[in-house]
Design a protein around this ligand. Structure first.
Ligand SMILES: O=P(O)(O)OC[C@H]1O[C@H](O[C@H]2O[C@H](CO)[C@@H](O)[C@H](O)[C@H]2O)[C@H](O)[C@@H](O)[C@@H]1O
Length: 387
């Protein structure tokens, strides 16, 4: 990747802010954090009031769209009228990307489209067990076809290896751990002295570039992961995932009455790690380094690496369903280029421009994009040339 440009260090350096805000300390300023992470001073466990007062519990309750009312006796889903009305008026603000396809392609004419896709809830439906969140063959083929016409990247909260394994397409770029682990092409020069960049090989042995701005946190995350596994052992349904640069505590299968306990456990562990912070996903608590890096930064980085960051002839499109995707939607609004598309079947506050209801609509949108790109290429090929 082209790293010759001036990427600001994502690891911020204002120690005074560490406990107050989301800022972190570079290891060079904090010798005790750059060595081993073996002994953690254990503090007294807090009370459930901690997670009530800091809003974690409220966030947990609203972290995934509520299911439509289920009439158990008949086992059918009935959408109450007011839900549909609310969704309808929300869509006036965030129109369907399918219904607005012509508008999107009018704007995309003669532009290169760069496609960014989240994984869970976007390419694969949300299911109870994260290990069973598989992508359908039809979706895989839609993504493969899109990548024939548009540079395409997957940007996921999962570890890069895991999402690569789930998607299984070698022609894409992959960013795992919410963009903190980017595997990009080797075709662009990499400044060897860039502190976060390394050359590597992908599972096929092809040379790739890795950008890992949070690599100094790997031992810390590993330690926290192991502590969380141990501490949540007694909570039925809790599951902790190791994403190398961040770790996720799932509570989707935990009885709701035990959610405060899950929150408090995570809160107590985090108290000992001021350089880590918590974000909320869909029925998941995510622990990640306090660095100025997220899916939005990853989009900017990939665009720049592919030399697609300048000029008006590039249209980035990011499709995602989760709160962490908002960072990417925000960046597209800020740089005033491209479109964020939120996947949601319920009204949500978002920085996206358009919406899609579910993964089926995502697939339809990708297929439409491929048909349109094919048509555009054919038009271009058949255009009479002046002699
Ligand atoms: O950025 P993403 O690719 O959307 O990853 C975000 C999290 O996705 C996964 O969890 C979510 O999907 C699971 C499977 O459908 C579901 O069981 C869970 O409740 C959702 O939160 C993944 O397991 C997490 O580690 C990711 O952080």
């Amino acid at each position: 990747m082209d790293l010759k440009s001036n990427h600001a260090s994502p690891v911020l350096t204002d120690p005074a802010q560490v406990n107050k805000s989301r800022l972190g300390i570079h290891s060079s300023l904090s010798p005790s954090l750059s060595g081993k992470y073996i002994t953690i001073p254990r503090r007294k466990a807090g009370t459930l009031d901690d997670v009530r007062s800091n809003g974690w519990l409220d966030s947990m309750k609203s972290s995934s769209p509520p299911r439509k009312k289920l009439i158990k006796d008949f086992n059918v889903e009935v959408a109450p009228d007011d839900t549909d009305i609310a969704y309808g008026s929300w869509m006036l603000k965030y129109p369907s990307a399918l219904n607005s396809f012509e508008q999107i392609t009018n704007y995309a004419k003669n532009k290169k489209i760069a496609v960014f896709l989240d994984y869970d809830g976007t390419l694969s439906p949300i299911v109870d067990d994260p290990d069973r969140a598989l992508m359908s063959d039809a979706m895989r083929s839609a993504v493969r076809n899109v990548a024939k016409y548009c540079p395409t990247a997957i940007i996921s909260g999962r570890s890069r290896d895991k999402v690569y394994e789930l998607v299984g397409l070698t022609e894409l770029y992959y960013a795992g751990s919410h963009g903190m682990d980017i595997m990009g092409p080797d075709k662009h020069a990499v400044s060897n002295d860039h502190q976060y960049c390394n050359k590597s090989t992908d599972p096929l042995g092809k040379e790739v570039n890795l950008f890992q701005p949070a690599s100094e946190f790997i031992p810390m995350i590993d330690e926290v992961f192991r502590t969380l596994v141990e501490n949540t052992k007694g909570i039925k349904g809790a599951k902790v995932e190791d994403h190398k640069f961040c770790t996720a505590v799932h509570y989707r299968k935990v009885d709701e009455k035990n959610w405060p306990t899950v929150a408090q456990l995570v809160h107590d562990v985090l108290k000992d790690y001021p350089r880590l912070r918590l974000t909320h996903g869909r029925k998941v608590l995510e622990v990640r380094p306090v660095i100025d890096w997220n899916k939005g930064k990853a989009v900017e980085f990939i665009l720049e690496s592919l030399a697609l960051d300048k000029g008006d002839d590039v249209l980035p499109i990011f499709i995602g369903d989760d709160r962490t995707d908002e960072d990417a939607f925000k960046v597209l609004r800020e740089i005033n280029r491209g479109y964020g598309i939120l996947v949601s079947s319920v009204p949500k506050e978002t920085k996206a421009f358009y919406s899609l209801k579910d993964t089926t609509e995502v697939m339809k949108f990708l297929e439409s994009l491929v048909r349109w790109k094919k048509w555009e290429e054919e038009e271009e090929a058949n255009r009479p040339r002046s002699p």
